[in-house]
Design a protein around this ligand. Sequence first.
Ligand SMILES: [Zn+2]
Length: 102
Amino acid sequence: MVILTEYLTALKPITARMKLLKTLHAEENAILHAKRDLSSCEIWVTHFPCPNCAAKIIQTGLRAVHSPKPNDDFLSRWGDKIKVSEDMFEQAGVKVDWMQVD
Ligand SMILES: [Zn+2]
C-alpha cells in the first residue's frame, strides 16, 4: 500500500477503517503509474487483490493475475474478500495463476 503520509499525519489519531479509505493499494498504484494501455498485460502481486483492486484490474483489461497461494493466516482474515475477487476474475475472464512460493 502507498500511504498518503502527509495527509494521514494531519488526521491522527486514525482508525484502521479510515486508513483503508485513504490509501492506495499496490495494484491501484501500479495501474495509475503505468500510464499506458495495459490491455492484455499481466500483473504479479505479493497478495491476492481485494475486490476494489480486482475491479480496476478487470476494467484496465489485464488478462492474468499471478499471486502466491495465501497461507492459512491470510485466508482466515481475508478469505471472504479473496473469494469475491476470484469470482469477479472468473466472470470477467481474467486468468488467476496461483504460484507455488516456498
Ligand atoms: Zn486492493
